[in-house]
Design a binder for this molecule. Structure first.
Ligand code: SF4
Length: 409
């Protein structure tokens, strides 16, 4: 993987806590979270979703614990889950206690709706005795009414104050295994709140834009908030809140971290050119066929689909593997070096076959096994296209001459 994370602001140092087997904060990898949408009491359906989330990149999964049946479900889910389970608690202290009894690896408490200090301290004491961490999950939409009034709204300062007050209760019982979130649906509010939280606390921060909505807007909002903070070195764990299959949340979280060089690549990164007038093939169609054919193969590669052989292999020379179209053929390349020329209709199949071999045998072996006549064939295609269309698809020199002639007249 290309190491790029050192180009970002160094990560701010936070305390380390353990959510089951996943350590959060300190130097530990930034973890990805998501939340199930099934009834927690429906053990099989919830486990099925947890497995799907784990396969898509979730390190930690949260389930609601809103009724006794949910707590009983958690007791059965936890021993069979591949990832640590956090119980989401609103309003009811007894649900927090029941979730702890069920053996959860973490709790999320909303200080906006679980307000009695005696109850908060009771949960913190019980969590402390069991070695279970708690997330103080402040949410702009359900802020404590007193704080809302005091600050004149759900401002960044109000969100951080809510977390600070909750933390003070925890400290009264000497409980410190805490992470904090200060989410808002406004990206700007959320960014400002986390910046302030990062200056105020040394606890790990759980990032998220809440109620971001359906795709694609939800993804954009989540990424705008989360990526901005990560680039500033803020954040230890994250969740995209999408109105979509939660698998999309896990996938997005994982892809964001990998694309920023903050986690090692475990899956496919399919890149493709945006296409232009020079394209020799329908790039959108080929890229989506490649995406479908490569999905679920667990290939930790960056693979490029490029619309023309004139610029494609050069523009995508950083990719592990790629294919570029030209004159009804596909030029297959590894790290920019042409290894094979195939028929246009075989482009996707050839790409998949080579991707499998590349993972199994490695770059050196696949370069050694290349078709040594391919380079010359590819160069001939490239030269023919340049002859036909010119190096300059926009006919820039011709246009410049016209502009000059116009200004002379
Ligand atoms: S690779 Fe070729 S087709 Fe794709 S955007 Fe670049 S010039 Fe256009």
């Amino acid at each position: 993987m290309e190491i790029t994370s050192q180009l970002l602001t160094p990560r701010r140092r936070t305390r380390e806590i353990a959510v089951g087997k996943v350590k959060v904060g300190g130097d530990n990898p930034i973890s990805v979270q998501s939340m199930t949408t099934t009834k927690t009491a429906n053990v099989d359906a919830t486990l099925e979703q947890i497995y799907a989330l784990a396969a898509a990149g979730a390190d930690i999964v949260r389930c609601t614990c809103n009724e006794q049946a949910a707590a009983e479900g958690l007791a059965q889910i936890i021993p069979r889950s591949p990832v640590p389970i956090v119980a989401d608690i609103h309003f009811h202290v007894e649900m927090a206690l029941a979730a702890l009894e069920a053996g959860v690896h973490g709790l999320r408490l909303n200080p906006g709706n679980l307000r009695k200090p005696s109850e908060i301290k009771l949960v913190a004491q019980e969590a402390k005795d069991r070695g279970v961490p708690i997330r103080i999950g402040v949410n702009a939409g359900s802020l404590h009414p007193d704080i809302y009034e005091q600050f004149g709204g759900a401002t960044p300062e109000a969100l951080v104050e809510s977390a600070r007050l909750e933390l003070a209760y925890f400290e009264e019982v000497d409980f410190h295994d805490v992470k904090i979130s200060v989410k808002a649906s406004s990206v700007a509010t959320m960014i400002a709140a986390y910046r302030l939280a990062s200056e105020t606390f040394d606890h790990p921060l759980h990032l998220g834009v809440t109620e971001a909505g359906p795709l694609p807007g939800g993804l954009l909002k989540g990424t705008a908030g989360i990526a901005t903070l990560l680039a500033e070195g803020i954040g230890d764990t994250l969740r995209y809140s999408l109105t979509a299959d939660p698998v999309e949340e896990a996938r997005a979280g994982r892809q964001l971290l990998e694309s920023m060089g903050l986690r090692e690549r475990t899956g496919l990164d399919l890149i493709a050119c945006p296409s232009c007038g020079r394209a020799e093939v329908d790039v959108i169609k080929v890229a989506s066929e490649a995406q479908a054919a490569l999905a679920n193969r667990n290939l930790p590669l960056q693979i490029a689909v490029m619309g023309c052989v004139v610029n494609g292999p050069g523009e995508a020379r950083h990719a592990d593997l790629g294919i570029a179209a030209g004159r009804k053929r596909g030029h297959l390349f590894i790290r920019g070096q042409i290894i094979r020329v195939v028929k246009e209709e075989d482009m996707v199949a050839a790409l998949v076959e080579e991707a499998e071999k590349l993972v199994a045998e490695g770059v050196e072996a696949r370069l050694a096994a290349r078709d040594f006549s391919a380079e010359a064939e590819a160069e001939a295609d490239r030269a023919a296209l340049l002859d036909l269309k010119g190096a300059d698809a926009n006919h820039a020199s011709e246009r410049i001459q016209k502009i000059r002639r116009r200004s002379e007249n």
